[in-house]
Design a protein around this ligand. Sequence first.
Ligand code: NAD
Length: 310
Amino acid sequence: MKILFVGSGALGSRFGYMLFKNNEDVTFVDSWEEHVENIRNNGLKVIIDDKDLGNYHIPIYRPDQVSGKYDVVFVATKSMQLRPMLEQVKHLFHKDTKIICILNGLGHVQTLKDYIKEENILIGVTVWTSGLAGPGVLSAHGVGKIELKQVKEDNLDKTLDLVNRLNASGLNIKYSEDTYQSIWHKAGLNCVLNTYCTLIDCNINQYGSFDKNIELTRAVLSEVTAVGKAEGIEVKQEVIEQNIENLFSLETGGAHYPSLYQDMKNGRLTEIDYLNGEVSRLGKKHNIPTPVCDVITLMIHSKEYINKNK
Ligand code: NAD
């Protein structure tokens, strides 16, 4: 079984390393030249829970260098890079290639459907976390899990076999009918914490320490919940509120600055169009006003714009 990771950054390289270490046939593709060169020359350096686990010579290519056909493709770019990336690698899919998408945010199935039939799309959500300490250096902590669902559930047996096989490498995947709900719950949390921490310039603990944080949280979540329900997803606002509150303490990740904050700080584009921006877009489709998400999306874009023109 040939497994390809397109986008072999923080998350992709962590899953890829786990599979490679368990003797799976793993190939990486990434467009970041320095990262590709470092892994090619020295192997992927793996640091987990502050322990150096050595260097792993996982084959890695730039998108214009890779050839062949792959049976399983993990897509692990940032959300806004998904479509351009698929354009570059679509020739690597055969008629039964399964695509596993665990990007944060909303709207990815629509994009994937333009490249692969629905019974081969496995959409998911993960609470694994990962980071890069530099090009070619994976630095991650803790363990996690993945929830996954086949978009159209024909020939499900093959997917269930695949899940078992991937779980042998410790990915901890659960095939779940509730995946869409979990995707919306995680997106709801990110629509609140990623954006407000970026706009207020604070970590999660500091956001939680503001005594009226719940008013800010609910302003976003009432829109997320209404739009999610119009899309047919049983989005539970109280669950998202509780998930957010659980992160406030310094013991449970409160010192963390969300990924959108870090992207903004490093002058990169953010995933806002797949969070609050997608809620706004879907709101228009269903005639549901989303003034808070509209303004937040514009504010984040204005910050990106100012960053770019500094
Ligand atoms: P990342 O930026 O570390 O990795 C993305 C990689 O994709 C980069 O190395 C980039 O060079 C590469 N890339 C971009 N365009 C490409 C192209 N056309 N072809 C090949 N490679 C390309 O991002 P990440 O942190 O790994 O996040 C990936 C996704 O997973 C995001 O949606 C993120 O929100 C989500 N996620 C991340 C974490 C985490 O802890 N890092 C956890 C859960 C979900």
